[in-house]
Design a protein around this ligand. Structure first.
Ligand SMILES: CC(C)(COP(=O)(O)OP(=O)(O)OC[C@H]1O[C@@H](n2cnc3c(N)ncnc32)[C@H](O)[C@@H]1OP(=O)(O)O)[C@@H](O)C(=O)NCCC(=O)NCCS
Length: 164
């Protein structure tokens, strides 16, 4: 199912609508979830969806972003990227799309940012199993983010591009 969907690097403007719907549903209508660093050099956004001639057709089914940011000191990293804004449309969850998006985006990130050695995130407690199934480990104690809920920091080694 959904074998025809592909993972594509996209602009921040493409990921923000789904990011807002899924992760910031309490925002008033018209306000989009913008993260500091969304437009920074070294920030990369990805979407999974139908692609034609190298362009995304219609709305993405899932989105994720990576931005260069040091992790908490419990995580040892020389060059770390923070995963943010991971979201799959509600009606398309538990079908493997999130895992495909993660795997393909980490593969592309390895080419874009070869020095990256660690990926970390602040995982919602409801998403801890998803990240654990995709190679992330918990680090430190859970904490509360106001209006959003309990989170725990997770991390995994970055993928490395294979030299051709
Ligand atoms: C987390 C999320 C991106 C995963 O995407 P997905 O396409 O459903 O992921 P996959 O189908 O590849 O993997 C699903 C597996 O991850 C785990 N998982 C995913 N979401 C889960 C949830 N809400 N509660 C518990 N386990 C969950 C389960 O083990 C699940 O396996 P199962 O379907 O056999 O139960 C998606 O559920 C989502 O958008 N959730 C809401 C937003 C969110 O929490 N984002 C993460 C912010 S840190």
């Amino acid at each position: 199912m959904f074998e025809d969907l592909e993972v594509l690097q996209v602009e921040a403007s493409v990921v923000r609508p789904l990011r807002t719907t899924v992760l910031r549903p309490h925002y008033r209508e018209g306000r989009l979830a913008e993260f500091g660093g969304d437009e920074a050099a070294g920030t990369h956004h990805f979407a999974i969806g139908r692609v034609c001639d190298g362009d995304l057709q219609g709305k993405p089914a899932g989105v994720v972003s990576y931005m260069r940011q040091p992790p908490p000191e419990t995580i040892d990293a020389a060059a770390a990227w923070r995963l943010r804004g991971m979201a799959v449309e509600a009606e398309h969850r538990s079908m493997g799309l999130g895992s495909r998006l993660l795997d393909a985006s980490l593969t592309q990130l390895a080419v874009l940012e070869p020095e990256c050695d660690v990926i970390w995130c602040q995982a919602r407690m409801t998403a801890v199993d998803f990240y654990a199934q995709n190679g992330f480990e918990r680090s430190g104690e859970p904490f509360e983010i106001p209006e959003i809920g309990r989170h725990v920091t997770m991390w995994r080694p970055a993928l490395k591009a294979v030299a051709s």
